[in-house]
Design a protein around this ligand. Structure first.
Ligand code: NAP
Length: 548
């Protein structure tokens, strides 16, 4: 970087006046940013990646809380773009731990020599489209400025943590942590009075481990969540060898399922099965563990009655696992199953049988304040040495809206998305030329296996950029009509599912004041891929390409 006459750092890199500093800026160095960098670089583009963390990994860099693991099988939650990579890497368990996934991403960064184009510990604060110059002007928190033809947001869906905005937190004399921004140093709970706020995936994974170490653990629950057993285990060497032999075929098959995962999708609706058959299917999936409960009946996410059958089954399991019927009742969700992300656990429900664990219901009596020595809810004081906020994320839109993004005419993305996010295919936004979002709102993203979803986006974006440059019209913009039509389809599909009927982060209900809209595309991965391919086949239908 050089220094301009005004003293501002610039990234001109010796390029001619009027030519952007780099071809592309990528924001984020997680699964999406790493592959985007690799792909663009192999096309010969100059790329700069900005990453807030001090290392690669994104989600897997930040979420270091006890018990953090992926809820998708490790052999599937990995890149497929390089067969050499998937052959040489060895996963050890069915569901990989956070440290193992982080090691994998560090290996990927080294193997493809990616680090030299990544600036770590640098947060992008602004991205503004300069219409006259036809480029993006990027500003970072260290005062640097860089211009780029393309700006690609690889910012993740669950990277903007919900800040704990509780009165009195600044007065708390104990220690507190957020699961999504966990310290790199070891945290000890030994003998302490610990409070966990939240009962989502992060809490459900960490609670059994914290309970095993703490003097006493109090869990503050607002809404209960459905959790099914992970049944994690070391990978069987024979089965793993077979997977590696057939990786290509298995990956292809996975893309034909709505979630992009290999598990068997039951083609029968609940109605088409007898009670006995339904029970067998539910029990088999409970015993198998993992998220295959999502596909227990063809219509489990679309039909209230089918959904109730699956929900009842899990509630019954909870009542068997939790000894105190009052606690079991509190832990039993009454909402649709699956319209909030189903959690995977190892001993979560059994943890509430421990004498050192208490469940406190805060659904009717919200946490009033954090006190010097703990917290107060329902007029009662709870003394705590440590508080763990497992309160989730400003999902999907948060990572984008926390950057000041301005498109044509200086219009902010915040203004454009005032009534909820809108994007064509979840990839591009009208009025924001040459800006792409990887797994953005209105794409299947969080409802699929994230890694293939990311790879599909990265490859689609890279191919589009290659095409636009090759035909001498490198400036790409989605049309409003195309965006409107995609949104109409997106909403229509979502309205035929259980997703709108729950107060989940999928609809933004967990963040006060956030417009309510089902954010991920609910039509399934195959339909989405087909649509993206049709857009290409029709000459990038819905986009305009211009020379300047
Ligand atoms: P989450 O699912 O949004 O859960 C946050 C929890 O905090 C909820 O129980 C929420 O209650 C509670 N909460 C928030 N504000 C509160 C308040 N003021 N008072 C009391 N309770 C409050 O967040 P998460 O557990 O971090 O998980 C987010 C997503 O990340 C998951 O759904 C999953 O997609 C992903 N994830 C995946 C894994 C995995 O792969 N195994 C692990 C962790 C996370 P309400 O439900 O009432 O809002």
């Amino acid at each position: 970087m050089g220094t301009s006459a005004t003293g501002r750092k610039t990234g001109n890199g010796g390029r001619a006046a009027g030519v952007p500093d780099v071809d592309a800026v990528v924001v984020g160095a997680g699964f999406a940013g790493l592959y985007m960098l690799h792909r663009l670089r192999t096309m010969g583009l100059s790329v700069r990646v900005f990453e807030k963390g001090s290392g690669v990994g994104g989600t897997w860099y930040w979420n270091r809380y006890p018990g953090a693991r992926c809820d998708t099988d490790s052999v599937e939650y990995s890149y497929q773009f390089s067969d050499a990579l998937q052959q040489e890497w060895r996963w050890t368990e069915r569901f990989a731990t956070q440290p193992e996934i982080l090691r994998y991403l560090e290996h990927v960064a080294d193997r493809f020599d990616l680090r030299r184009d990544i600036r770590f510990e640098t947060t992008v604060t602004e991205a503004a489209y300069d219409e006259a110059a036809g480029c993006w002007r990027i500003a970072t928190d260290d005062g640097a400025r860089l211009s780029a033809t393309y700006c690609i947001m690889a910012t993740g869906c669950l990277s903007a943590v919900n800040r704990p905005e509780f009165d009195g937190l600044d007065r708390f004399e104990g220690e507190w942590y957020h699961t999504g921004a966990w310290p790199h140093e070891a945290v000890s709970f030994a003998g302490k009075r610990v409070g966990v706020i939240g009962t989502g995936s992060s809490a459900i994974q960490s609670i059994p481990l914290i309970a095993a170490e703490a003097g006493h653990l109090t869990v503050f629950q607002r809404q209960a969540n459905y959790s099914v057993p992970a049944r994690n285990a070391p990978l069987d060497p024979g089965e793993y060898a077979e997977i590696r032999e057939n990786y290509g075929e298995l990956r292809k098959e996975a893309k034909k399922t709505p979630t992009g995962c290999w598990w068997t999708v039951n083609p029968a609706t609940a109605d088409e099965m007898g009670a006995h058959e339904r029970r067998r299917e539910l029990e088999a999936r409970w015993q198998k563990g993992g998220l295959c409960m999502y596909s227990v009946f063809a219509d489990v996410l679309m039909n209230d009655e089918a959904n109730e059958i699956a929900a009842d089954f899990v509630r019954e399991k909870i009542s068997e696992l939790v000894h105190d019927p009052k606690v079991a009742a509190l832990l039993s969700p009454q909402s649709f199953i699956g319209c909030k992300r189903i959690c995977l656990d190892t001993d979560y429900y059994a943890t509430f049988n421990r004498p050192n664990v208490t469940l406190v219901d805060v659904s009717d009596a919200p946490i009033e304040e954090i006190t010097r020595t703990g917290l107060r809810t329902g007029g009662e004081d709870h003394t705590l040495d440590t508080i763990v906020f497992a309160i989730g994320f400003d999902a999907m839109t948060g990572p984008l809206l926390r950057i000041d993004i301005r498109g044509k005419g200086g219009r902010t993305l915040t203004a454009k998305w005032a009534d909820g996010p809108r994007a064509y295919l979840g990839l591009a936004i009208e009025g924001f030329p040459n800006l792409f979002t990887i797994t953005g709102p209105a794409s299947p993203s969080v409802l699929t296996n994230m890694v293939p979803a990311i790879e599909q986006h990265v490859e689609w974006i890279a191919d589009f950029i290659a095409h636009a440059r090759a035909c001498g019209r490198p400036h790409i913009e989605a049309s409003l009509a195309a965006e409107d039509a995609w949104l109409a389809h997106h909403d229509e599909v979502a309205n035929g599912t259980v997703f709108p009927g729950c107060n989940s982060w999928y609809v933004g209900a967990n963040v006060a004041g956030k417009p309510r809209r089902v954010m991920p595309y609910t039509g399934g991965f195959p339909a989405y891929i087909e649509r993206c391919e049709a857009v290409v086949a029709n000459g990038y239908e819905g986009f305009t390409l211009t020379a300047v």
